[in-house]
Design a protein around this ligand. Structure first.
Ligand code: ADP
Length: 504
């Protein structure tokens, strides 16, 4: 073990190993040695569909590229499923449901789910690297948040599988049958766990489609299903674009569909399924308000604001993308915020010191740029810290807009990037009114010293989750979901289980 003084990682960049000083990067006070996080992510060159317990080629024979957003190189080829592949997946799921999974006692299902959680823990580092390569999020997030939280969801729901009598005391719960699920790219593995674990615990079988830019960890998890001996057909993974998603959502065998993604696509799905007897849950967009009162611990609040919007490049539907700050402390909060984001490191997601990694795709980067340009055009004041972004890859500076008004697009539309809009308020009522004045209602944050104010705000804010003196905290025991155009249904906790069963 080197002593602290021997560690090259604490030397200034210009002196490290006689190398020429690298160009100035964000937060560049010191240059660190490369992190050992580049463990072999064991990627295959080509990923097939996972149907009936086996990897199978798509019927069309077509594959598309999964790109590493950090450097725009191809990571792997991913199978493109068509309607016939989706149909085969549903038939396998139905077969598994009627013959095996639906009949197993809960305590037997629990053993499989528990095994999946343990195997995922065993391969945690490999999964974290794969997630970061495929999605662009900083390794410290995939390593410390996404993968452990995905395992936690399997553990938690394994614990429920033999205690289903307590899901709705006095009622008997039964599975729904086969469930179709479509998920987005911001938390590829975690969303997968979040959707699969409750469905499986209750005895359902699943057909699931990951997002087209982030399919790799889903297919790696399929390897774990094989290793865990999960009966064939219980989980089927089909990869592809929106048309594959539409086939998953619309298939006649699906007793329920669960979707996480944009409000726009959620509406398309709801329209297409209107009149069918499918159960539905939707977790859609958000435009959360993070509300800071004058009596809040300001330094702590600034950390919470930074975590709320810059965490995962702002690729979070519950991101605190609107900061509502009480007028008397607005100047202080803004100054501290600017100071804080000056030292955020933007760059290689595999570097464990990186705070803000790569934007997930070229399309998403273009959307962010478009909305930021709209903010400037509408008259808001833009602040971005100086620094050079990597030449290759999709990156965006942390951005703070002040002098924002409620009518600005940046205050109303979901940007899904590291962009914060700052608004001010004077009274509690004004804060509530501004926070609720949005089409969305997924989450909110309140920073104050007063417990009574927290209770009042959490009652009056129309948001599925309200964090108090913290932000972006998740736990499998805690239900998550939205109001209004942020969707309906809950995921996590006992409430989440209710959305995957029928009650008798
Ligand atoms: P985002 O804006 O987060 O990318 P999208 O709603 O576009 O969210 O995508 C979320 C998921 O929905 C992805 O897996 C995508 O392939 C899928 N998808 C896109 N269009 C449709 C559709 N019409 N029906 C079902 N799924 C779709």
């Amino acid at each position: 073990m080197p002593t602290l003084t021997e560690k090259k990682s604490i030397r200034p960049a210009s002196r490290a190993q006689g190398r020429p000083a690298p160009e100035l990067i964000f937060g560049d006070l010191w240059e660190y040695d490369p992190a050992p996080e580049t463990a072999d992510p064991k990627l295959k060159a080509r990923y097939d569909l996972f149907i009936d317990g086996r990897f199978v080629a798509p019927k069309s024979g077509q594959y598309f590229d999964s790109i590493n957003p950090a450097n725009e190189t191809r990571l792997a080829k991913i199978a493109q499923a068509n309607a016939a592949d989706v149909d085969a997946a549903y038939r396998a799921a139905q077969n598994a449901y009627t013959k095996v999974w639906g009949k197993l006692p809960g305590r037997e299902r629990a053993k499989y789910i528990y095994r999946i959680a343990r195997l995922l823990q065993d391969r945690a580092r490999e999964f974290a690297v794969a997630e970061t390569l495929d999605g662009g999020k900083p390794i410290k997030e995939s390593r410390d948040f996404d993968v452990p939280m995905a395992a936690a969801h399997f553990f938690y729901h394994a614990g429920w599988a033999d205690k289903l009598d307590y899901v709705a005391p006095g009622r008997r719960v039964a599975p729904l049958g086969v469930v179709g699920q479509v998920i987005p790219w911001n938390f590829p593995l975690l969303m997968l766990a979040w959707k699969l674990a409750p469905a499986l615990a209750l005895g359902n079988c699943v057909v699931i489609k990951p997002a087209e830019t982030t399919s790799i960890t889903a297919l790696k998890l399929a390897e774990i299903f094989q290793d865990a001996g999960l009966p064939p057909g219980v989980v089927n993974i089909v990869t592809g674009f929106g048309d594959t998603g539409a086939a998953v959502m619309g298939h006649p065998i699906a007793a329920k569909v669960a979707f996480t993604g944009s409000t726009e696509v959620g509406k398309i799905i709801m329209r297409s399924l209107a009149g069918t007897d499918k159960k539905m849950t939707m977790e859609l967009g958000g435009k959360a308000a993070n509300i800071v009162f004058a009596d809040a611990p300001i330094d702590q609040a600034v950390e919470g604001i930074v975590n709320g919007i810059f965490f995962n490049q702002g690729h979070v539907c519950c991101a605190g993308s609107r900061l509502l700050v009480q007028e008397s402390v607005a100047a202080e909060v803004l100054a501290k915020l600017k100071n804080r984001i000056k030292v955020l490191r933007v760059g290689d997601p595999l570097d464990k010191n990186t705070d803000i990694g790569a934007i997930n795709s070229a399309e998403q980067l273009a959307t962010i740029k478009r909305l930021v340009a709209a903010g400037v055009k509408e008259g808001a004041t833009l602040y971005q810290p100086p620094g050079v972004l990597p030449a290759k890859g999709y990156y965006f500076r942390p951005t703070v807009f002040s002098n924002v008004s409620m009518s600005h697009r940046i205050a109303r539309e979901e940007i899904f990037g590291p962009v914060l809009s700052v608004l001010t308020f004077r009274t509690v009522d004004e804060a509530v009114e501004k926070a609720n004045n949005t089409a969305y209602g997924l989450s909110a944050g309140v920073w104050t010293d007063k417990g009574s104010r927290i209770l009042k705000m959490s009652t009056e804010l129309k948001a599925g989750v309200v964090w108090a003196n913290t932000y972006n905290k998740f736990d499998p025991t805690s239900p998550f979901g939205g109001y209004k155009e942020s969707g309906f249904g809950r995921e996590g906790g006992r409430q989440g289980l209710l959305d995957y069963c029928q009650l008798a």
